[in-house]
Design a protein around this ligand. Structure first.
Ligand code: NAD
Length: 354
């Protein structure tokens, strides 16, 4: 098949890990006889430096035309002045909104080889296999806000959700549950927030169309605790934008590292945006030690969801598992006795396994 893939590596380690993702995509194309073309564009801090804008119009246009987008991460100390009017993260929020990518899927799978890399006891990780379905284009990240300026030391952000926004993400979660273990845990803060009460009411309504899927509700604070106490009980976690953001960073520790969790952001069509859940990691940028596996696993999701290449996606996931089985580790997941490799070497080993 032919596919036009746009890459937007962004800042910091985004550049380093996307290079490895592209390497894997090229290897897939060669092995299975596909024609993938790649176009590279700017987003985030590097785009601000070059054009003054975190999401230049040419980047957005290219992404609109693409069959799929592979992103790295944005941000860094150079652009983190809180009083700046233009910030890299605005590019991230804008691209999701502009492309209508309201559904963010974040699978949390535990490679048995990495049990020792998690701060949790290995027996707690037994059977962990969950997907966080996070609403991505609404909620508090997109509501009206006011910065504290001058003498006025007050600020606010507003959380807004409409029933249709909740309904469409809930349907996504229930549909996905049907392909898995038929269980949805909806996470909210309904004891305090009006948005969460609407969330709960709407999710219950949608659940009526999926009688075969079990639904339960959990407050976000309790969910944060249960994710550590009994992570294997979860199948699908359905939640809003900010709660999903926070809970998946927490969940990354089940998998051993931020460098292990992939994500797919989808809208109504087939096109999607794929990225690791981690940020630009300024503390390790340029050191060549970033773990590219989250990005490579995101490539697997890209193949599956946007290009419909399930066999190729499985092959990429198996290549990652085989790489770990063979003992290769970047620094973040290193345990004694393993083979320590850098970012590029890790990508090369995965390609070799593929
Ligand atoms: P981060 O995810 O960049 O890093 C958190 C910690 O995890 C760091 O210690 C980092 O070294 C480590 N880490 C992350 N990815 C890793 C990888 N692939 N391999 C090995 N270690 C890895 O979060 P942060 O430090 O809070 O944020 C840094 C910048 O990234 C900020 O500007 C933030 O706004 C931005 N950010 C961007 C995104 C995004 O682009 N999607 C997401 C989160 C944060």
């Amino acid at each position: 098949m032919q596919a036009n893939i746009v890459t937007i590596p962004g800042d910091g380690i985004g550049v380093e890990v996307v290079a490895e993702g592209v390497k894997v995509l090229k290897a897939v194309a060669e092995k299975y006889g596909h024609m993938f073309t790649f176009e590279n564009y700017l987003i985030g801090g590097c785009a601000i430096d070059a054009t003054g804008e975190p999401l230049p119009a040419v980047t957005l246009d290219a992404c609109r035309q693409a069959d799929a987008v592979l992103m790295g991460a944005v941000g860094g100390p150079k652009w983190s002045d809180p009083s700046a009017k233009v910030r890299p993260e605005q590019g991230l929020l804008a691209i999701r909104k502009e492309l209508g990518l309201y559904a963010n899927l974040r699978p949390v799978q535990i490679f048995p080889q990495l049990r020792d890399a998690s701060p949790l006891r290995p027996e707690r990780l037994e059977g962990v296999d969950l997907v966080v379905v996070r609403e991505l284009t609404g909620g508090i990240y997109f509501g009206e806000r006011k910065e504290a300026t001058g003498e006025d030391l007050s600020a606010y952000d507003t959380m807004v959700y409409s029933a249709p926004e909740i309904e469409r993400i809930a349907r996504r979660a229930f549909e996905l549950a049907r392909l898995r273990r038929n269980k949805v845990t909806s996470v909210d803060k309904a004891n305090v927030l009006a948005c969460s009460r609407l969330w709960r009411k709407t999710v219950v309504k949608v659940a009526g169309d999926y009688p075969d899927v079990e639904l339960d509700h959990m407050l976000v604070d309790a969910a944060a605790m249960h994710l550590m106490r009994r992570p294997s009980d979860f199948d699908i976690i359905l939640t809003g934008n900010m709660f999903g953001d926070i809970l998946t960073d927490e969940a990354s520790q089940l998998a051993g590292s931020m460098g292990m969790l992939a994500s797919a952001s989808l809208g109504e069509g087939k096109a999607g945006l794929y990225e690791p859940i981690h940020g630009s990691a300024p503390d390790i940028t340029g050191m060549g030690i970033a773990n590219p596996l989250a990005t490579i696993l995101s490539v697997g999701l890209l193949l599956r969801y946007s290009l419909g290449l399930g066999e190729e996606a499985n092959a990429v996931e198996k290549a990652v598992a085989d790489t770990l089985e063979a003992g290769y580790r970047t620094k973040d997941i290193y345990t004694e006795g393993a083979k320590l490799v850098n970012t590029e070497e890790m990508g090369t080993v995965v390609v070799g396994k593929l």
